[in-house]
Ligand binder design. Structure first.
Ligand code: STX
Length: 316
């Protein structure tokens, strides 16, 4: 099994204003003269953490991580104004230009795969390769499966905790009911809803339940950024023009880009059907199905496949 590269510290970190209200945390680590790779984190609203640097060989890669609008060390925290997929795509372009990068490798898991695809279909000429995990296309059926009914059949005990803040009469449409509470202006109600929403994701992300991950997703600041930003993107269908737009565009635009898809067979946050649909849309892509993994980037079989993929594309 290939494991993560050792922990490293950034050689450059800064805050980058991208609008009247938003500024982003950006960092570079690894080799200054290496081949650039940009990391798109999950959620939306999950933020980066130092582990994310470790999917790349620091001797070969110039590793660029940034916290998307409203999360991590970006400011203001959990802000939804001017926060859409297309703002984030523009932000990535601004970061690329600011760092003087012509083309880069693109890496993203879960929502990071969504954003990586949205970026790549908009700027295909800038993308040397795509390494994608836990494919998420923000189609209505995907959101329904995880937030309404589907995953609930495998995790009914955790599901009961998830829906607790929502009264019976609103449970037929949980995303709408959560959105109302997450944006109601009463901090106690917002944070209670946020914790339930975020812990649902933390509880269901691994094949074997990880109490440490649940505890992290339950923290106030993390839960608030994740729940508010995710729910905002989902009530807006990812800000895509139609259901399945991303898949249609990928098919038209991305055939020439070397693409690796890594997918846990038992992913119940972003079930494998989406990875399969993407593979069918991009027949040249390589699909690695990890037999004993769920959704998390941290599961050992997923790490193995991702690090092997980034090692392979470094030479392109
Ligand atoms: N959200 C999918 C996603 O991007 C529906 C994601 N899943 N778990 C995460 O992100 C965290 C690791 C940020 C909790």
């Amino acid at each position: 099994m290939t494991t993560l590269y050792p922990p490293i510290e950034p050689y450059h970190r800064f805050h980058f204003p991208v609008s009247d209200i938003h500024e982003l945390y950006v960092e570079e680590s690894g080799n200054k003269d290496g081949v650039p790779v940009v990391f798109f984190h999950g959620g939306p609203g999950g933020g980066t953490d130092p582990t994310h640097r470790r999917y790349f060989d620091p001797a070969r890669y110039r590793i660029i991580l940034f916290d998307q609008r409203g999360c991590g060390a970006s400011r203001p925290h959990a802000e939804l104004t001017d926060n859409t997929t297309w703002h984030l795509v523009k932000d990535a372009e601004r970061i690329r230009e600011k760092l003087g990068i012509d083309t880069w490798h693109v890496f993203g898991g879960s929502w990071g795969s969504t954003l990586a695809l949205a970026y790549a279909v908009t700027h295909p000429d800038r993308v040397k390769s795509l390494t994608l995990r836990g494919i998420f296309l923000i189609r209505r059926a995907e959101i329904q499966f995880f937030y309404q009914e589907g995953t609930s059949w495998v995790f009914p005990d955790y599901y009961d905790e998830y829906i607790k803040p929502i009264p019976l009469e609103e449970r037929h449409d949980l995303v709408t009911a959560f959105y109302k509470r997450l944006t109601c202006g009463d901090l106690a109600i917002e944070n209670e809803a946020a914790r339930a929403w975020s812990v649902w994701e933390g509880s269901t992300s691994k094949l074997i339940i990880d109490e440490g991950l649940i505890a992290r997703t339950a923290g106030d600041a993390f839960a608030r950024q994740l729940a508010r930003i995710e729910c905002h993107y989902f009530v807006n269908n990812g800000f895509f023009a139609w259901d399945g737009w991303l898949l249609d565009e990928a098919k038209k635009t991305l055939q020439g880009i070397p693409t690796t898809i890594v997918q846990g067979r038992y992913d119940l946050v972003c079930p494998m059907k989406s990875a399969w649909d993407l593979k069918r849309a991009l027949p040249g892509a390589s699909l690695v199905v990890v037999a004993d993994a769920g959704h998390s980037a941290g599961e050992s079989g997923i790490v193995d496949a991702l690090v092997k993929a980034t090692d392979r594309v470094a030479a392109l």
